[in-house]
Structures are given as C-alpha cells and as structure tokens.
Design a protein. Structure first.
Length: 152
C-alpha cells in the first residue's frame, strides 16, 4: 500500500465514524482504529503542535522498571497506535505526569506522534502513576504498555 492509500483510508474512517478498519493486500496489512477518548487527536491544533514543536531528544532517559507481573492491581495504559512516545508537549515543557503523581480519568499522560499527528493519551482510571515504561522519544508499537497506574 502506498502512503496516499493509507491517508485515504484514515480519511474514510474519520469521515464515516467507523471504529476500526483493517485492510490486507497480500502480506501487507493496515489496521486503523478511531480512538474516541480524546477530541484533540484529530484537531488542527494537534497538527499545528507537531509542526511547531518537534521533539528532539539528545539522549533518551531511562524508563522506570517494569511492574511486577504478579501485581494484578496495576492498570497498564497501552498505546492505541504505532508512533513515537513523548512525555511532554515540547522539549522545554515539563512532563505531563511523573511517577508517584495522582491522576484522574481524562488526565493527559503523554503524546504519541504518528504520521505528524499528536495523539494525546489520557488516563482511564483514577490512581497513582507507579511507573513510566517507555523512555521519552522512543518508538512504540500498538498495544505496548506505556504506564502502570495503581487505581485508588
């Protein structure tokens, strides 16, 4: 598939309100999911942010240790898309959240940049951020855990 064909599919999903679309041609497969959690994901201001505040990280900072696999009380915030993880809106801004901070549902935790669009990832539960699992500027995959939150 060409980039133009993928853009057309994204436009189709956005215009029709279809929640998810998957297209396969031979060995190539594209899945597009519309995330209803944040209106900022498809806004012009989010695109403007991507154009005016590119993230350049001199050295990626280490991520927090992975949460214990046996700790079932932690809620993992996972990436809904493939892209690049950013902990702040610009290189000079403080992180949206820090380990140990209490968050409420709807609180922006990070941004995932994908195809020049900045997608805000929000907390879905109230709790304490136990760990940040991805370094700033790191590429992430669909479904990859970004944060571990202990619900309160």
């Amino acid at each position: 598939m060409t980039l133009e064909e993928i853009r057309e599919l994204i436009k189709l999903v956005s215009e029709t309100g279809v929640a998810e679309l998957e297209v396969q041609r031979g060995d190539n497969r594209v899945r597009i999911r519309l995330n209803f959690g944040s209106e900022a994901q498809h806004s012009a201001s989010a695109f403007h942010l991507a154009e005016t505040h590119p993230h350049k990280s001199a050295a990626p900072e280490p991520a927090s240790p992975k949460p214990e696999a046996s700790d079932d009380s932690l809620v993992l915030v996972k990436s809904p898309i493939v892209g690049t993880f950013y902990e702040s809106s610009s290189p000079d801004s403080p992180p949206f959240v820090r380990v140990g901070e209490k968050v409420a549902p709807g609180k922006v935790l990070c941004i995932i940049e994908s195809m020049k669009l900045m997608n805000e990832i929000e907390a879905e539960v109230a709790g304490i951020v136990e760990s940040k699992l991805v370094p700033n500027g790191q590429p992430v995959e669909y479904g990859e855990a970004l944060f571990a939150i202990r619900p309160v």
